[in-house]
Ligand binder design. Sequence first.
Ligand code: NDP
Length: 273
Amino acid sequence: MDLASRFTLNNGVGIPALGLGVFQAEPGEETHDAVLHALETGYRHIDTARVYRNEHAVGEALRESCVPRGEVFVTTKLWNRDHGFEQALAACDASLNRLGLAFVDLYLVHWPVEELRGESWRALEQLYREGKCRAIGVSNYTVRHLEELLTSCEVVPTVNQVEFSPFTFQLELLDFCRVHGIQLEAYSPLTKGLKLDDPYLKKIAAAYDRTPAQMLLRWCLEHQVVTIPKSITPARIEENARVFDFKIAAEDMHRLNSLDENLRTSWDPTDTP
Ligand code: NDP
């Protein structure tokens, strides 16, 4: 595997296994420079969202780079205030305008907004049929939310993007997604930096002569989970990409799995009706 390696989604579209996340990257130069540096480093997958306010800068960097559009996988997301059928259609058009793209590779429902999420999904199905999104999916859906969606959808979601790291090892959700052909995608795979000093993680990383960040990313890939670490720091963008030249042994995977403490660094959908 390398930076261009893709997992295949349930509609046949390939998603690069590692991407750059840009949550909390400032709109403008900060996001632009990070995305450009990532593309120059070989990243072929960028994860943004309407609510991050940096879609415009992502689009500018994409155009400025020499990488052909067809080689870059771009994800954006439907924000909570934009739910409902007509609203979701309009929100996707607005995101495409800000990105300056004719289509995104993946459009996600950012959060399972109560009562409106079913309507919104119908809109995403239409956007998919119209070719404005090469794939559609969800984010922050628990097993319960996915079960509800699977009973009513015409297009099965390709992806569920959730918090996932050894400290948030959502095994039941991972298994459920696997059984239903839904690709799990890890957000906050570096725990937003909170656990990089964990003594046990540091010890295992030292044994592999890797950084704790690289161990966390490789752990996701070993679970066949797409991962989208965020960094605006050039050296870290490069460090996070060097995760394809080693493997984690099964016994160390088990040890890392056991670090689970149901950590939630942003928000937790467990009790969302
Ligand atoms: P991450 O777990 O990716 O951690 C990002 C933090 O870690 C930043 O402070 C970054 O600093 C730092 N960092 C990055 N690389 C290293 C490194 N090698 N060593 C030490 N520190 C490092 O957090 P995010 O919450 O940003 O998650 C990643 C992406 O997932 C988001 O950007 C977004 O695209 C997506 N996401 C989606 C959510 C959803 O609800 N769907 C929720 C949260 C995130 P710096 O940038 O200063 O280098």
